[in-house]
Design a protein around this ligand. Sequence first.
Ligand code: BTN
Length: 239
Amino acid sequence: DNLELSYVTPSTNSLALAHKSVDKFNFFLTEHQVSGKGRRGRSWVSKFGDNLLMSAACRVPRPLHQVSVLSLWSAVACYNAIKSLGVREIGIKWPNDIYVNGKKVAGILLEAKQSTEGYTHLAVGMGINCNQLDKNVFIGQPWISLREAIGGYVDRNFLAAAVIEELVNCFTVAFSKPDRLIELWHDRDIYLGQNVCVLAGDDGEISGVHQGITPEGLLILGTDTGEHYYNAGEVSLRG
Ligand code: BTN
């Protein structure tokens, strides 16, 4: 009773954001999105029936300004689910892109709105390229599907079940042992310790060494002028 499937919808994140979840997670899955949303105002394009397009709706006991770390926890969950299919060469690019062999395989969009006092309503959206092979689909960045990575057809039902289980587990740990994030993250981050570039809107590009994340999920960049901290909502990262 907490799973809703559709053939076509504007965006599963919009469905999840409009849903009134209280104590449990509700999941929305679709075969096609007419206006799929990506991070930073971009769109998310996916061929009908090929991929996993899903969003979780939930209410969390945190004020609105403290929920962005949950997008990193969602990335850990998505990574773990994909890994359980036996995919190698997988990693996370801060804050929440999943990469296989240097190409994007999945993206996550966390949207939040203020709920009752002290609570926030979340939509955790995941787009995972499963069986899409058609390289004519315009995506605007190098991408790969799990089918290419595994060399075989991906059972989307199996993957969806794994994502749901991992997400529920990861959110439980996020609230009970939040400090565990750093270790989990550092084991999975593809650019940790490497030279990277942060694109910070009006501030232009800042290069430095990716030194890891804080418990709040901020990126720590070591530069000539010292350590700088970046929030996931404000910047993007290049390797
Ligand atoms: C990104 O990498 O930019 C995030 C992409 C998130 C896409 C998913 S697909 C399911 C859910 N519904 C949306 O409209 N977006 C997310």
